[in-house]
Write a protein that binds this ligand. Structure first.
Ligand SMILES: Nc1ncnc2c1ncn2[C@@H]1O[C@H](COP(=O)(O)OP(=O)(O)OP(=O)(O)O)[C@@H](O)[C@H]1O
Ligand SMILES: [Mg+2]
Length: 418
């Protein structure tokens, strides 16, 4: 996939306030991807969008579109469109006239404009809305008109600034799916801005996490969720358990007064680190049968799971997602796999982090990367191996071969569920 937008050492300082709002931003955006700038209010997301759009000049550094420097190219010659949070529709025009706008400017024949407006309205699920006035649209419909108007002339890049934040919860979820579908159907590169981490994880091919005018981490949603670079990202991107610890040696980490197996390495012996463990990676055992015991403090039902807060002997609070109901006040064991322990260095650049993760974490075996069918096949293969092993054992104890064959057949045909 070729790179469509590049920032090289881009800085932005506002003359009037003297505030540095972008600090040495370097980024590459790949063509045809759904890319998200994720960060808290004031982190510089809109500033980056405006620099891409040509609505704002960088104070220093280079901005490239398709490999060419565009710092001095005016906004209307960049073939980049923006969807603003207000949608900025033309109120005195119909839906059709709004959507047709860019094509009329190009002076295309009327019949072609009519055809393309109709096609584009169908794509955003507003077929037949051509003659509707803008005032008679719901918020979601206005959003769709704004999208249609922005994509009809196939821009190189579409910039969307907090586009979904004005919509109610249910509509927002629906629009997340739709935006993603529209992006995939058109192949246009989308650069989307949000401060909502769930939205970013759900929609993006690639995420840039921003803080105070800097990019703190970039990667796929799974990269960022599974391997947050530091406390800030781990905390910002989802509910986590974050603890202080020490890396005793490669693959050996200590926290909570105990030493645990881990899958990371590459630190100095005894280096102080932080550990993050996601609530869904923890499970309960009988007392004394897990890694350590915890006492259940509170429990909330969240529909798919219970959200449980429990305290260990060191007074650390643990957040646990469990499909089992707990009793407040009971003491239980808590357990997890070495893979659930994510190690974060206290000070590490993104380059150092990437190199370390590359070397020590083997993510080539994650079946979820290959989809459900591959995951089910892998499970079946494991089951089959277990059945064959059992067969070998039974043969040793000489059992009737027909009975045994039937038993195996039944066991093997039991699976195949997604
Ligand atoms: N025209 C301006 N003059 C001076 N400072 C500005 C101007 N526009 C933005 N800023 C400052 O630049 C910083 C980054 O602003 P920006 O709008 O890029 O943040 P953001 O990440 O989009 O935030 P939000 O989520 O609130 O929209 C903020 O501290 C803001 O106060
Ligand atoms: Mg903004």
């Amino acid at each position: 996939m070729p790179t469509i937008i590049t920032f090289k050492n881009v800085n932005k300082t506002y003359d009037d306030t003297g505030q540095v709002v972008l600090k040495d931003i370097n980024l590459d955006i790949q063509e045809g991807q759904f890319v998200t700038l994720l960060g808290a209010s004031g982190s510089g997301k809109t500033t980056i969008l405006n620099i891409i759009a040509g609505l704002l000049d960088a104070t220093s550094g280079d901005v490239l579109l398709d490999g060419k420097r565009i710092n001095d190219v005016p906004a209307n010659q960049r073939n980049v469109h923006t969807i603003f949070q207000s949608y900025a529709l033309f109120p005195n025009m119909t839906v059709g006239e709004n959507v047709a706008f860019a094509l009329k400017l190009q002076g295309l024949p009327k019949a072609e404009i009519t055809r393309r407006v109709s096609e584009t309205l169908t794509l955003v699920q507003l077929a037949g809305f051509e003659n509707r006035s803008i005032a008679k649209l719901s918020g979601g419909q206005k959003q769709r008109v704004a999208i249609a108007r922005a994509i009809i002339d196939q821009p190189r890049v579409l910039l969307l600034d907090e586009s979904l934040s004005a919509l109610d919860h249910k509509l927002r979820k629906d629009m997340q799916y739709e935006l993603r579908e529209i992006q995939q159907a058109t192949g246009i590169t989308f650069v989307f801005v949000t401060h909502d981490q769930e939205e970013a994880l759900a929609m993006s091919d690639w995420i840039f996490v921003m803080k105070d005018g800097e990019i703190v981490q970039s990667g796929t949603p799974t990269d960022i969720y599974d391997e947050p670079i530091n406390h800030f990202v781990a905390d910002f991107i989802g509910e986590s358990n974050i603890l202080e610890g020490n890396m005793i040696a490669d693959y050996r980490v200590s926290f909570n007064g105990q030493i645990f197996d881990a899958v990371d390495g590459g630190m100095r012996p005894n280096e102080a680190i932080e550990v993050v463990i996601r609530p869904e990676d923890l499970w309960f055992t009988l007392p004394d049968e897990g890694k350590f015991n915890v006492r259940v403090d509170t429990q909330l039902f969240r529909g798919v799971h219970y959200e449980i807060v429990a305290t260990d002997d060191f007074n650390n609070e643990w957040l646990i997602h469990s499909t089992h109901k707990a009793l407040v006040g009971e003491t239980v064991g808590l357990d997890f796999e070495p893979e659930a322990i994510h190690i974060m260095r206290l000070h590490e650049s993104e380059e150092e982090f990437d190199a370390r993760i590359e070397e020590y974490v083997d993510d080539s075996v994650d079946p979820s990367e290959d989809g459900l069918v591959a995951a089910v096949k892998e499970e079946e293969a494991e089951e089959e191996a277990a059945v064959l092993e059992a067969l070998a054992e039974k043969l040793e104890n000489t059992m009737d071969i027909t009975e045994l064959a039937k038993e195996i057949d039944e066991k093997l045909n039991d699976g195949n569920k997604i």
